[in-house]
Design a protein around this ligand. Structure first.
Ligand code: G3I
Length: 371
């Protein structure tokens, strides 16, 4: 769970982001056997998009996009997964299928297969797609993991990736996270993990935004970050950094606040509102991009109510903000969530449907916020 300054805290224990992500490998997603099942590209689910009382119908009335992360593997093995997604959400984001390791497992060979399955599902159900992330220090293919490249070679790799991917999906993407989690968790400055900072230097940040703008001048280009949803030190650093980038003409149009929080340790709504407003005042659109609200294992009814209140609060805050027109959840059912894996089983049940696809109090709380 993202805490102040970007470090993560589990059970009161501070752990590094790296350790968290190491544990994410078994985050309850695809089963290996799922690959044999049929593709979801272009399939409808038989469920009418936007049923009368659905969250997406309520959100649309308020001009809000309500989205969820999508796992093609979960969709293939579990019919209810797609039915509920199509019924309740009008936005979609690939949990993993648009990352570098998925799109370019072999260097220079682009594989859009899984990403296109998601695009097909979104098209069939009239959903807006966030594309994430073009540049990140994680989710790297073998050919890039642990590597440092000569500066020009690294720039060429990123340029080819950004131009190829953005032109492939041109006109079909609601928002691009060009860069993900570039700020250091340890203090001022940029994160140094991954190949891009060391190979290119700090100016890789502005270079990738210029490349993205060149690839598609009409695209909405976002920066996405965790642990800075309220008024934290990291949020202050991000604010100053983006303000400076904008002053130097770097084409950044939006900010994604991930909003992975614990039900009993989350930023105050007033702070989230202030934070969103100051980025809006810089001219940026803000999206909530990866919302989940974690509960300690063994949670009881009072915890679910507390969780519901947090969900309600963030939707109300987004609706009241000058420009926060999208809230994306990092999945929707506890059956497939990264939370138990990343927290070594100490947290769970962070989403709005339980493992049996029953709506939790958080579902009704969102509906209430949207009414
Ligand atoms: O697909 C392989 C599978 O073939 C293999 O058998 C299995 C064995 O470990 O790994 C599978 O890939 C894993 C993938 O999730 C799908 O389960 C990766 O190892 C694992 O690293 C990956 O974790 C993802 C993580 O990002 C790193 O890419 C999580 O699902 C995903 O929820 C998480 O999402 C990130 C956002 O992109 C950025 N913000 C934070 C968020 C949570 O860390």
């Amino acid at each position: 769970m993202a805490g102040k300054g970007g470090a993560m805290s589990v059970h009161g224990r501070r752990v590094s982001r790296r350790d968290f992500l190491k544990a994410a490998g078994t985050a309850g997603l695809a089963s290996a056997g799922a690959a044999a099942l049929p593709s979801c590209g272009g399939l409808t689910t038989g469920v009418r998009a936007g049923a009368a009382d659905s969250l997406r119908r309520l959100a649309a009335k308020k001009g809000l996009v309500i989205g969820s992360a999508f796992s093609p593997a979960a969709f293939r093995k579990d019919p209810q997964y797609g039915e509920i997604l199509a019924r309740e959400f009008n936005g979609l984001v690939a949990e993993n299928a648009m990352k570098l390791e998925a799109l370019q497992r072999v260097r220079g060979q682009f594989d859009f297969g899984r990403a296109e399955e998601i695009m097909g599902f979104a098209r069939a159900h009239d959903m807006k797609v966030r594309a994430v992330p073009l540049v990140w220090h994680e989710a790297l293919p073998d050919w890039a993991r642990g590597r440092t490249f000569p500066r020009q070679e690294a720039l060429d790799i990123l340029r080819e990736h950004i131009i190829t991917v953005m032109r492939h999906f041109r006109g079909r993407i609601f928002a691009w996270d060009v860069l993900n989690e570039a700020l250091s968790d340890k203090g001022p400055g940029l994160r140094e993990e991954g190949p891009w900072f060391h190979s290119i230097g700090p100016d890789y940040v502005e270079r990738v935004y210029h490349m993205a703008h060149e690839a598609d001048p009409d695209a909405a280009l976002f920066y996405n970050e965790f642990g800075m949803d309220g008024m934290s030190d990291k949020a202050d650093r991000c604010y100053r950094w983006i303000k400076d980038l904008l002053a130097r003409g770097v084409p950044i149009h939006g900010l994604g606040l991930q909003y992975h929080v614990q039900a009993d340790a989350h930023p105050a709504a007033a702070d989230v509102a202030r934070n969103i407003r100051r980025f809006n005042d810089l001219g940026l659109t803000v999206h909530i991009t990866e919302l989940d609200v974690w509960l300690k294992k063994g949670a009881g009814p009072a915890d679910f109510e507390r969780q519901a209140a947090v969900y309600r609060e963030i939707f109300e805050t987004a609706l009241a903000a000058p420009k926060c027109p999208a809230v994306f959840l990092w999945g929707f059912t506890d059956r497939y969530s990264w939370v138990p894996g990343i927290s070594n089983g100490t947290y769970d049940q962070g989403l709005i449907f339980d493992r049996e696809y029953r709506p939790k109090p958080a579902y009704e709380a969102i509906a209430a916020a949207l009414r």
